[in-house]
Ligand binder design. Sequence first.
Ligand code: ADP
Length: 409
Amino acid sequence: MKILVFNCGSSSIKFKLFLMPQEDLLAEGLLERVGSEDAYASLKTPRGKTKKYQEISDYPAGFIVIKKMLLNPDNGAINSLSEINACGHRVVHGGESFGGSMPIDDELEQGIEAVFELAPLHNPPNLTGIQQARLMFGDIPQVACFDTAFHHSIPEVAYRYALPEKFYSEYQIRRYGFHGMSHQYVARQAAQMMGSHKYSVNLITCHLGNGSSVAAIRDGHSVDTSMGLTPLEGLVMGTRSGDLDPGILFYLNRKGYDTDSLDTLLNKQSGLLGVSGSSNDVRDLELKADGGDDRAALALNIFAYRIKKYIGAYMAVLNRVDAIVFTGGIGENGAAMRHRILSDMDQQGIVIDEMRNEVHAGVPGEIQGPTSRIRVMIIPTNEELAIARDTFKLTTKNTDKSGDKICQP
Ligand code: ADP
């Protein structure tokens, strides 16, 4: 069957078409700057690539562009919309209600809307994408896959903040965690590569991209993760500060920074960009640091140090760690960054083989040295495929033979 996967952001729509269960990628596309006159739409299929600049005024217009591209007789991927059997949608926040992927109906849409406040930048466009897909494809099954769902197994001791009870019960302030589809995907792949059952492995998975998070996984289930109520907590990111002393906010507030300016500061002006003063891209910063730029070097070192601290913390949480897994643009490709993170951890049982680390990029593999007690794995993430797999399972059998958390319709 053909499954179309959507990842809808505030101004971009990413989509991939899979043939399942073969997991063949039939098409992938991207609409950028939706809502503007100089938007562009690109599509890649085995028959070729196209990229076209045009006005895409809003989401409905974007979905018409997607339809036209997919049906294009020259390099499209289908002859008729009826070839699409189901759609899967990435939804960033599932709140406390959704502990697994779910078939979409009107009630589920309301559930996504109910947590708009927890993810004001992400859930509204996610829902708009769902509504457009339901309009365009009519009666076919649609499935929502939540970034928070994999972390539903985190115990209360790890998900509660040390705030009075009412802030949890009335405002749902707790750790939710994100990047769940990615952490789950690489955890399953890691177990497979180790020849182990997916519910027998203890892992620390590091998703390092523009947004970054670490997860502690015991027996295949997430038991802690670095992102919290929002994706701002935890690691240093491209433009996000990650963890800091909350007292800094009161201090700055008294200096005249209001809520919006603090939000912008911590989400858009901090992290690698803020510390380096020049870039949020690890590749740029490595080049600058090599050329003697001290601020770039400091940004990279703070980024790596924070990850090292989380790895140490999660080793304590898990007690036994079978593998540390790197994924995301930086985790998969950034050899120098992996070196920074894992150097001087031999007493903890982690030793990387520098040669293997250097040459390894973008493909699954292991980079630990022969004396390492803990494996160090690189596994390219594929969140869209994870969504296609969940959508396939939910729409074909209505049961979860794999044992993963797929909710019943
Ligand atoms: P997103 O979170 O937006 O999906 P990605 O997972 O694509 O981001 O990661 C983007 C980051 O990956 C960029 O900031 C870039 O610094 C980093 N990156 C990509 N290729 C390399 C590389 N070869 N070496 C180091 N970092 C890289």
